[in-house]
Design a protein around this ligand. Structure first.
Ligand code: EPZ
Length: 418
């Protein structure tokens, strides 16, 4: 099993190009199932989760051409007749549940394995099912599968709680439902806006994506088209936190500052000089030690839960004490035990972590437990004294494109070993 070895102490300096957003490209690939023509998707990141999604779409009968060099996918789902997303695929990537809405809308039937939980929580899908039923589908859950059928018609979907994935499934299903659909308490993440822009490019009629109320007027069919995926705001934030932790200066290019204001505000609060120059974001720490910050994770535009672990790593070596309230997932502190092994001072009480900054972390062997936890361990390794070896880095490859190469390019002493 591959590992990543980091030797701490080097301030990061230089430019890093941001890849397309994982959490936009996954629903967009699933949305291509709706189209009655070829869909070209540009700026696709080279991630394991993208490969898994491509495998699922092929199993459903879609024809896919992947030009990895050009980060481009061409998907033709015209002949795709499959409507079953099997357990062996869904359990490796719970975002596979995002084929539910497209399959139901296109074929009037869908059988999608329940995704099951993961390290950060039980990850229920009740809100996804609620949305499909509101559009007129009959839905049963049996033998570990969501079984949905019926001709979808426009309706009113009122989400009792905000869910990114359920909003995406509802949005995709509604594009072909007969009549008008109103989605209330919709998630407002930039990835939902990007998905909507892609669907509109294919002929969908959508208003209000990015707001709490989205209105979709169903159309007969979606044709082919093209879309370029927006930059990954979490990858961007991860590299910018690395700059703040190591006292360096990093320029994230091909980025989109407008999708991550809460993160940029927290970096400034931690003492970084933050500047935006077009599609570049500059974080300059000028050799200073960061100040501890308090974090509360919320749905967008609040502080993103996917940046919680990274800021916990920053607080571990910051001046002062910072609290971290994780309000989105029930178990997203798996990185704490590993950070403690590196010498961090963290107290957990329910959903709140209190982190007292220490002068120095010391390198040690640690284990990744989930995608963003892996990133926080790498960040901690960048500042820890000596060598940190991170095991189970397959978690990392799901959501970061060649992270060790990008960090090496910024001067980090990091390598992947077999
Ligand atoms: C998306 O997951 C992202 N994944 C997650 O990123 C991200 O952390 C999350 O949104 C929140 O921003 C993708 O986009 C592929 P939710 P999703 O539905 O859609 C509960 C990463 O690291 N809930 O907004 O699964 C759920 O348990 C990943 O890139 C229900 O109760 O998140 C959670 O507590 C991790 N019932 C909360 O809502 C449901 O039917 C928010 O989940 C669905 C969700």
């Amino acid at each position: 099993m591959q590992k990543i070895v980091v030797n701490g102490g080097a301030p990061l300096e230089g430019e890093v190009a941001i890849s397309g957003a994982k959490n936009a490209v996954l629903p967009i690939l699933c949305g291509a199932l709706l189209a009655d023509g070829p869909v070209e998707i540009a700026n696709v990141p080279d991630l394991d989760d993208v490969s898994t999604t491509a495998r699922l779409l092929r199993e459903l009968g879609a024809r896919i051409e992947h030009d990895a060099e050009a980060s481009r996918f061409l998907i033709d789902a015209r002949e795709a007749r499959g409507h079953v997303a099997p357990y062996d695929l869904v359990r490796t990537m719970r975002a596979s549940v995002l084929v539910l809405g497209p399959l139901l809308a296109r074929h009037g039937a869908a059988e999608v394995s329940l995704p099951g939980g993961c390290a950060i929580g039980s990850r229920p899908v009740d809100l996804h099912i609620h949305a499909m039923q509101a559009l007129g589908a009959e839905v049963e859950v049996e033998h570990g599968y969501i079984k949905a059928r019926g001709r979808l018609r426009g309706g009113r979907i009122e989400f009792p709680a905000v869910s990114v994935g359920a909003t995406e499934n509802a949005l995709m299903a509604a594009t072909l439902a007969a009549g008008t659909t109103v989605i209330d308490n919709a998630a407002r993440e930039p990835e939902i806006v990007d998905l909507a822009e892609c669907l509109v490019a294919l002929g969908a009629d959508i208003e209000g994506a990015g707001e709490s109320r989205i209105v979709v007027r169903g159309v007969e069919r979606l044709q082919g088209g093209r879309h370029s995926v927006l930059p990954d705001r979490i990858e961007t934030g991860t590299f910018l936190v690395a700059a703040a932790m190591t006292g360096g200066r990093v320029v994230a290019t091909r980025a989109r500052a407008g999708t991550q204001q809460a993160v940029l505000d927290k970096l400034a609060e931690a003492g970084a000089d933050v500047a935006v120059e077009g599609d570049a974001i500059v974080v300059d720490m000028r050799g200073r030690r960061p100040r501890a910050v308090d974090i509360v994770t919320e749905p967008y535009p609040g502080f993103p839960t996917d940046m919680q672990a990274q800021f916990m790593a920053l607080n571990c070596i910051a001046e002062g004490t910072g609290t971290i309230d994780e309000r989105i997932f029930e178990n997203r502190f798996m990185h704490v035990n590993e950070l403690l092994r590196l010498g961090a001072d963290i107290q957990i009480e329910g959903h709140r972590a209190t982190v007292s900054g220490v002068e120095r972390l010391s390198g040690a062997p640690v284990m990744a437990t989930d995608l963003r936890a892996s990133a926080s361990l790498i960040l901690a390794g960048l500042v820890a004294e000596g060598e940190t070896v991170i095991d189970r880095i397959y978690h990392l490859d799901r959501g970061y494109e060649r992270i060790e190469r990008k960090l090496s390019g910024l001067g980090a002493r990091i390598q992947r070993i077999d």
